[in-house]
Design a protein around this ligand. Structure first.
Ligand code: KG4
Ligand code: ZN
Length: 352
């Protein structure tokens, strides 16, 4: 086991890749951006994303190795995202990971994307012990989890339709915001200029006393408000009149307030449920892209404190998708002996 401490892992959530040492030191991080495609098309079609991943993957692996002053021979294991996500893109990563692992005789560890969002908190906060509460908020998922141990997760709540990040992204698109970055940061920024009380949106699922989420109805409320204020998304906010800009900012702020009130309510109930099962819980981990939002953090900090917990949010760069979280989760599993043996050195093309 001692040689393990000098070891490195490679992680892939294409097109993001990182090398992380088993003590949590991040040796390198490379992100191959799809920002141009996002800005041009307002999204990335699966086939287009697969193409971009395939073209980028070899370069990204090499660039990250160079940045870490390493070669593949320095690696101890390979961790790779196996889901959930776009299967075409996941396949590009899995094929590359298997090629490296096969060629260099390395164990391989398949990682669940959402588990990685949660566990990266243990890289940041080495004292974070199981059991703890987790709220995961991203583009595709809203999850409330009681993490009892590595691999032992009790789901307390999930979304019944859209996730909060999807609602941020659509709101940004309909408000004509600059989509070169994802919609969330653009809404967060614009909301600072607006009055969060000005548009009355109703909080989703108030009558359901559970921990599930729903953002589809709030999206519809936002769309109707945008239509009633005659906001034209084709006019970018940078060209909007002052009055138009203000009404967009009011909608952004009111949307954000309602979206986060829904999080607060569900989160508080989940904490109370979880404390009944595991009274020793001390921490609430909040992660996933939306957790990089400062307003979201501040509001959830209040919820955590009110319920006697400490809020732990990874830094923004580790909340949004990244390779570090995959490598770190690989390290967590590797330590427990949970990995697959090296694949054959020569696998047929498109084996996965
Ligand atoms: O975890 P993530 O990077 O990718 C997924 O697994 O989906 O999350 C992406 C989501 C997007 O919907 C993006 O708009 C949102 O996270 N996001 C934010 C912020 N930064 C990213 N939402 C609100 N405020 C932010 N600052
Ligand atoms: Zn994610």
């Amino acid at each position: 086991m001692s040689s393990f401490w000098a070891s490195k892992l490679v992680a892939m959530t294409p097109p993001r890749l990182s090398y992380v040492r088993s003590d949590g030191e991040i040796l390198s991080q490379v992100v191959s951006s799809q920002a141009d495609l996002l800005a041009k098309y307002g999204g990335v079609a699966p086939k287009m994303a697969e193409e971009a991943h395939s073209q980028a993957i070899d370069r990204v692996v090499q660039e990250a190795l160079d940045k870490a002053y390493m070669t593949e021979k320095d690696l101890t294991a390979v961790a790779v995202t196996i889901g959930p996500g776009l299967s075409l893109c996941l396949r590009v990563g899995v094929q590359k990971a298997r090629r490296i692992a096969g060629r260099f005789n390395l164990p391989i560890i398949g990682i669940h994307h959402m588990e990685a969002h949660a566990l990266v908190a243990r890289l940041i906060e080495k004292d974070l012990q199981f059991p703890f509460m987790v709220l995961l908020i991203s583009g595709g998922h809203n999850l409330l989890i009681l993490a009892r141990d590595l691999g032992q997760y009790i789901q307390l709540g999930t979304t019944i339709d859209d996730a909060i990040g999807e609602a941020y992204d659509k709101t940004a698109k309909w408000l004509g915001l600059d989509l070169r970055r994802s919609g969330g940061p653009a809404i967060e920024q614009l909301a600072m200029e607006g009055n969060a009380e000005s548009v009355k949106f109703s909080i989703p699922m108030k009558q359901h006393k559970d921990c599930n989420f729903s953002y589809a109805g709030l999206k519809t409320q936002v769309r109707l408000a945008i239509e009633s204020k005659k906001i034209d998304a084709k006019i970018p906010i940078s060209s909007a009149s002052e009055e138009d800009r203000m009404s967009r900012a009011d909608i952004a702020a009111s949307f954000q307030r309602t979206a986060v009130l829904h999080l607060e309510e569900r989160c508080e109930r989940a904490i109370q449920w979880a404390l009944k099962m595991e009274p020793s819980i001390r921490d609430l981990v909040v992660s996933g892209g939306v957790a990089s939002n400062q307003y979201v953090r501040a509001r959830l900090d209040m919820v955590a404190k009110k319920n006697g917990l400490q809020l732990l949010c990874p830094p923004p760069g580790l909340c949004t998708d990244n390779g570090v979280m995959i490598a770190w989760t690989g390290i967590e599993h590797f330590r427990m002996g949970r990995y697959d043996p090296p694949p054959p050195a020569e696998e047929p093309e498109n084996f996965v």
